[in-house]
Write a protein that binds this ligand. Structure first.
Ligand code: BG6
Length: 830
């Protein structure tokens, strides 16, 4: 070992200090220098003193072995070796000694060659001269060896070698870092081998670094977490989300902290219009489809990178942002406040060439069409005091028009400027957009940065490592010239992996994903992923040609693409197309529009159509009159609508009943009771806007002399303009009945009466119902038909004419409004 010291060719003190890290402990500088007079002469007194200090520190701090599993893989080649080299450059002079073990399953000879190739491209930062860099690299290579790690015996042999090496050099072992850059199916075996045969001895620490994917849904993540948790302690595990190592992302909390005073007032629903968290890529998934086909963009990017960013933006700011435990607790509280995602919270797409790439790379048959999304936009709401009602838009995709990553917090602006734009002083006008942007990288700016609109507030710069961003003439960002922002960027741009590796070494756990954090995120994402499992994504051409095809917009709780795409039939994985291969199908039924889909999607579509009608009606007349049927089909719809307590104009909505059974309103059979249980008690609708049918008056049920039907008709006439409901939701019974209008009903199928008493063939027999003439006065009638049992009547009714006496549903024909049929595939296709 002293040879390697003597072999150093440099004349700089720095390098000699770096070199000293693998000098045996106990060997004092002076005798060493005396044995090597050539070197002695090169050292200044100060350097020699420093060397002496360093040796003492080293004795204290000991030896660290870093084992990179998957040492010849892509990630290792692109980032990890460079990150380890950087660690060596940064830390080797500070008291620890290192060895680096590249490991893989490949046999030693081939593995060594592959690893040597991966190490060829190591580079130093600009402040190190090329010759010096070459020497440092050379030292690093000498400390890095390949070894095959396959069996338990291989792991024990590694452990023994480390112990022998440490002992031989008279060092103390400080710890071992195992970096798992391997597919997750290999995790458990490797973990067991480390645990049984390669843990360091007492007094030395173990750190295992895990790369995503950490499962593909909540169950699998939980399983993996339990398995790893039975082998490693939480504090030993470092789950990497490399976005937490990106400089702009790591700046979110410090920025909020340093600007507490200005932001306290602004960082909330009263001032924030929306938050956009975006990661766009131009690359596609070619060459990676075996991974990508299993995961898709939501699991690959949104569940981890973008969700982590969201929590950093949204969490209540801890008093001490360096306390990892508090930061974690605050993050978890954000997860608790996230509103459940629905199918309609997302739009998904897939670039056109993707399926072909999958067929080629995974040897799938010609007929194979993938349903994996390569693009997703998701609308997230956080139901807490700070963020209630503020849309968080998460978006990511492959094969898009540009590579860019950013978090943009756009503030509301109520200013109106009287002076013309031409006279505005650069960046100062209150009418300019007001935003804070954490620019993660790439894009027009090219580098990480933090931008704050000049008309918002003047931020304090971080004390260290950041500087004001040089102006780039003509550059516009997020709708404004760069000069409109206070902008700063890192003095030295650093790779995320290098930063995270340094944090692992320094045991800074706040940049890693704990088990609780991971599972909370999967709890949030899994229902959406399940509901998208059979969804055919919108196909997009890729690159600039995407045009506006992937633009989306939100209305209330729903996202939808801004442009309609013609219906598309996407053949499924098998040769025969399955109903799940269809997107929402639009067709005609009884000469009216028909919308057909799987139940969940159908309900989402119906709910968003109702919401759109509500918004239109409120805009038009200040009120929305909605008449709802009972029964089991609308329950899911009520539940879905209940989620939109913030966006739906409930305060202006009047709720009416289409029909009612003659039972007390508190009876479980009452339609009102269903409405109450699944919707009313969960929304903020004024009580006086709720209009149950008066089936119980004077403690009697549907007594003729109480004239309940006439009372309800009078209420409708009084409150609903022209007795024309904005929307009536109906169902269709297997006998063709609708509302409580049954075949051969003597009342309600025609005539003047708006509300009638009827008889049902099934219990409870007495009913109250809106009449067909009243229903047909509505602006819009939606008929919801679900389930296999409805298949026959659906077929039959598709063929009959206007025969309400036989099939009351056939009498539904709004005089000037629109009728739309919503049928699930089972009811429509059987
Ligand atoms: C990875 C994803 O986590 O992040 C990749 O698996 C994606 O699909 C990559 O390309 C993007 O990272 P970066 O650092 O290039 O923005």
């Amino acid at each position: 070992m002293s040879d390697s010291f003597a072999g150093a060719k440099t004349k700089t003190g720095t390098l000699i200090l770096v070199k000293s890290v693998f000098t045996p402990v106990g060997m004092l500088a002076e005798p060493f220098c005396k044995r090597h007079p050539g070197f002695w002469k090169m050292l200044t007194v100060a350097t020699c003193m420093a060397l002496l200090g360093c040796l003492q520190a080293q004795e204290l701090q000991g030896h660290v072995s870093i084992i990179l599993l998957g040492a010849t893989g892509d990630l290792a080649k692109k980032y990890l070796w460079q990150g380890l080299f950087q660690l060596y450059l940064d830390e080797a002079g500070k008291g620890h000694s290192f060895t680096f073990h590249g490991a893989a399953l490949t046999d030693p000879k081939q593995g060594q060659q592959l690893m040597a190739k991966a190490l060829e491209t190591l580079s130093c930062s600009q402040d190190i001269a090329p010759r010096q860099c070459a020497e440092l690299k050379d030292q690093f290579l000498q400390l890095s060896q390949y070894r095959q790690l396959k069996t338990t015996t291989d792991y024990s042999a590694l452990s023994k070698d480390i112990e022998a090496q440490v002992q031989h050099k008279g060092l103390r072992e400080a710890g071992r870092i195992f970096y798992f850059s391997v597919p997750p199916f290999a995790y458990a075996d490797i973990a067991r081998n480390i645990n049984s045969s390669c843990r360091p001895g007492p007094g030395a620490w173990l750190r295992v670094v895990l790369e995503k994917p950490f499962g593909r849904d909540h169950n699998s993540a939980q399983q993996l977490a339990t398995e790893l948790g039975s082998i490693f302690q939480e504090e030993e595990m470092y789950r990497v989300d490399h976005y937490l190592g990106k400089q702009a992302v790591a700046q979110i909390l410090p920025f909020r902290d340093q600007n507490r005073q200005a932001l306290d007032r602004l960082w909330n629903r009263h001032h924030v219009e929306r938050v956009e968290i975006v990661m766009k890529e131009t690359v596609d998934a070619e060459g990676r489809t075996s991974f990508y086909e299993e995961y898709g963009v939501i699991r690959d990017v949104l569940q981890n990178h973008l969700t982590e960013i969201l929590t950093l933006v949204a969490m209540e700011l801890p008093h001490n942002i360096s306390n990892a435990e508090t930061v974690l607790q605050h993050k978890l509280r954000v997860f608790q406040a996230l509103r459940d995602l629905q199918r309609g919270s997302a739009v998904v797409g897939q670039y056109q060439a993707y399926s072909e790439q999958v067929r080629r790379e995974l040897q799938k048959p010609e007929s194979f069409q993938s349903l994996t999304p390569t693009f997703a936009g998701v609308l997230v709401y956080i139901d807490n005091l700070r963020w209630e009602g503020v849309p968080f838009i998460l978006m990511s995709g492959k094969a898009l028009d540009e590579r860019a990553g950013y978090v943009r917090i756009l503030f509301k602006n109520q200013a109106h400027c009287a002076q013309s734009e031409a006279r505005w002083v650069a960046g100062r006008s209150q009418c300019l957009p007001r935003q804070v942007v954490f620019h993660v990288g790439h894009g027009a700016l090219g580098s990480p940065a933090v931008l704050v609109s000049r008309n918002l507030f003047s931020p304090s710069l971080p004390a260290q490592g950041w500087q004001e961003l040089e102006g780039q003439p003509g550059l516009r960002l997020f709708g404004c010239p760069l000069s409109d922002y206070y902008a700063y960027s890192p003095v030295r741009e650093q790779d995320a992996y290098a930063i995270l590796i340094s944090h692992i070494f320094h045991r800074r756990k706040d940049s890693f994903i704990t088990t609780e954090n991971l599972l909370a995120s999967w709890v949030f994402w899994t229902p959406l992923l399940d509901s998208l499992a059979f969804e055919a994504p919108r196909i997009y051409p890729g690159g600039a040609e995407n045009g506006h095809l992937l633009d989306f917009e939100f209305s209330g709780g729903q996202l939808s693409f801004s442009q309609q795409q013609p219906e598309q039939l996407v053949p499924g994985p098998g040769s025969a197309p399955m109903p799940s291969d269809f997107q929402v199908l639009r067709a005609q039924y009884r000469e009216s529009p028909l919308i057909s889909a799987w139940p969940e999607e159908l309900i989402s579509k119906l709910a968003s159509d109702i919401e759109a009608s509500a918004v239109r009606a409120v805009r038009r007349s200040g009120e929305f009159h909605l008449a709802l049927s009972g029964g089991s089909s609308p329950v899911a719809l009520f539940q879905q609508l209940a989620h939109w307590h913030y966006s739906f104009p409930w305060a202006h909505t009047h709720l009416w009943l289409v029909d009612e059974r003659c039972v007390p309103l508190s009876d479980p059979e009452s339609n009102f009771q269903g409405l109450q249980a699944h919707l009313l008690q969960r929304i903020r609708v004024p009580h006086y806007n709720v209009h149950p049918m008066p089936v119980q008056l004077r403690r009697r049920l549907c007594a003729e002399e109480d004239q309940g039907a006439q009372l309800y008709a009078a209420e409708i006439s009084a409150l609903v303009t022209n007795s024309s409901f904005d929307l009536v939701l109906l169902g269709m019974g297997t006998d063709g009945h609708t509302a409580s209008l049954f075949p051969q009903s003597p009342t309600g199928l025609d005539g003047e009466q708006l509300v009638v008493m009827t008889q049902s063939p099934s219990r409870p027999h007495h009913r109250m119902s809106l009449s067909l003439p009243l229903i047909n006065r509505a602006r819009r009638v939606a008929v919801l038909v679900m389930g296999k049992m409805k298949r026959e009547i659906t077929l039959l009714v598709s063929r009959v004419g206007h025969e309400p006496q036989k099939w009351p549903i056939s009498g539904v024909l709004p005089s000037s409004g629109q009728l739309v049929w919503y049928m699930d595939y089972e009811a429509f296709l059987g």
